[in-house]
Ligand binder design. Structure first.
Ligand SMILES: Nc1ncnc2c1ncn2[C@@H]1O[C@H](COP(=O)(O)OP(=O)(O)O)[C@@H](O)[C@H]1O
Ligand SMILES: [Mg+2]
Length: 451
């Protein structure tokens, strides 16, 4: 059980001359979520490191998302930096082998969701990307209707390169395909669509489509034409156009080899659509967070993800992905026996920027459902009012280290903290703490002399 000493109760000290320790014991509260608020310089990083150190000391697994490079000094934790230079990332095509919740079809939806978040996707692009993902899995022998094929190992970029150079396709099949495989496959399809390439059938079909468009066009004009001269001229053009259509149709049928040429064409719509989908994938991975190079955390139970080098949207995407992965893992492990046990702390610095209004957003799902799976969401931020009310009114513990004057009024009304308690806060000396114990709806904030 984690028990972290915060300091002495100011009320007991002043009114009763008693030393009454205030501890943070997440398992005794309504949940293990925590909010640490303070403007710059009030000790947010300092207090966060202390709290995280206590969690690590209690054997709790910890993932810290560090946007300022300030939290790597936690005792017992290993830090890894994500950047173009280090190339660390997570393969988005790695699957959950759970027959009910995992598999390629679900992963395809998940990936589509990610892409949609960073860029709009039209209906055609959506379809093309889904087909691209499912075909890439299929090429690797992973099938939606066969969970026995969903279990593979994770490969690194270097490992993939080596096996490909050695043309060791058999060994490659032991691993999940990567984003590079997806892009390679897409590029091959794009070449086939653009050049017809090795595929004269597609060239013929494209020609047929062009001829047919012209025919329809002419027929439309014919219907509207009135003068005899025009009708005569158009009639002749239509006849020629029909001949062209028949000719290219014949070529198309003759060029057909596998009979699946049309399927491919339908699946991948057009070279333009496919090219735009490949561009979206490129954009999605611009910071490299989807590269198949798991960071070398080894067996460390406490991991500090240094994401300062990533652009803001990439940070959000990254954090969501990790939240999702952590949440899925614990869901699979099942509810904790006690229903209150804390197994895993997720710490978000500048946490307000990761919150979204959408109830289905992973951060809200974690905030709502994490407790029974033993997850605590710890959030640090400058300003408490940037969080949704649903979080503020349901967080197990709130610690205020010092608010900027411009935030005080709002904070007081949103958090229900008294002016007195707010006024007594002195950065690095006295803070305000609210602990929501099971059964107590909204206990008042109390001042705590920093220990
Ligand atoms: N309780 C404390 N006791 C001693 N030094 C502290 C305490 N809290 C913060 N500090 C120091 O004050 C400085 C600012 O704290 P920091 O945690 O970086 O603030 P923030 O993250 O809110 O900007 C740091 O040098 C830190 O070591
Ligand atoms: Mg800080």
């Amino acid at each position: 059980m984690m028990k972290h000493y915060l300091g002495l109760s100011e009320y007991h000290l002043r009114q009763k001359q008693q030393e009454y320790p205030v501890n943070y014991e997440p398992e005794k509260l309504i949940n293990a979520h925590l909010l640490v608020c303070g403007m710059s310089g009030t000790g947010k990083s300092y207090q966060s490191r202390q709290l995280l150190g206590s969690a690590v000391g209690a054997g709790i697994e910890v993932d810290v998302f560090d946007v300022h490079d300030e939290l790597d000094g936690i005792a017992g934790a290993k830090a890894c930096r994500y950047s173009q230079a280090t190339g660390y990332g997570y393969n988005p095509l790695a699957l959950s082998p759970d027959p009910h919740t995992g598999g390629p079809a679900r992963q395809a939806e998940y990936l589509l969701g990610l892409v949609r978040e960073s860029a709009q996707l039209g209906i055609r692009q959506d379809m093309v990307l889904r087909n691209l993902i499912l075909d890439t899995y299929q090429l690797a022998g992973i099938y939606p209707d066969n969970p026995a094929t969903w279990q593979r190992d994770n490969i690194t970029e270097a490992g993939r390169r080596q096996l490909r150079e050695a043309r060791n396709w058999v060994a490659l099949k032991q691993y999940y395909p990567t984003l590079d495989d997806l892009k390679d496959y897409g590029r091959r399809k794009l070449i086939a669509l653009t050049l017809g390439g090795d595929n004269p059938c597609i060239t013929a079909l494209e020609q047929l489509t062009r001829h047919y468009k012209r025919l329809s066009n002419l027929q439309g004009k014919y219907a509207k034409a009135s003068g005899d001269g025009d009708l005569d001229k158009l009639g002749k053009q239509i006849a020629t156009s029909k001949e062209h259509c028949t000719g290219s149709y014949t070529t198309f049928i003759e060029a057909m080899q596998t009979g699946r040429e049309l399927d491919d064409l339908l699946k991948y719509d057009s070279a333009d659509t496919l090219a735009s989908v490949l561009q979206r994938l490129e954009l999605l991975n611009s910071a490299g967070i989807f590269r198949a190079n798991p960071p070398p955390f080894g067996s460390a139970l406490a991991r500090v993800h240094q994401i300062k080098s990533l652009a803001s949207e990439q940070q959000t995407l990254f954090v969501k992905l990790r939240l999702q992965a952590i949440f899925e893992r614990h869901k699979q492990a099942g509810a904790t026996r006690s229903g209150t046990e804390l197994r895993h702390v997720i710490f978000l610095d500048e946490a307000h920027k990761f919150f979204r209004k959408d109830n289905d957003d992973i951060i809200n799902v974690v905030a709502r459902e994490a407790r029974k799976f033993g997850i605590g969401l710890w959030c640090a931020s400058q300003n408490p009012t940037d969080f949704p009310d649903s979080f503020l009114t349901n967080v197990g513990a709130t610690i205020i280290l010092g608010l900027h004057e411009s935030h005080r009024q709002m904070a007081a009304s949103k958090l229900g903290i008294s002016r007195e308690t707010l006024k007594y806060i002195r950065p690095k000396q006295a803070m305000a703490v609210q602990l929501r114990r099971d059964g107590l709806a909204s206990p008042p904030f109390g001042n705590v002399v920093v220990g």
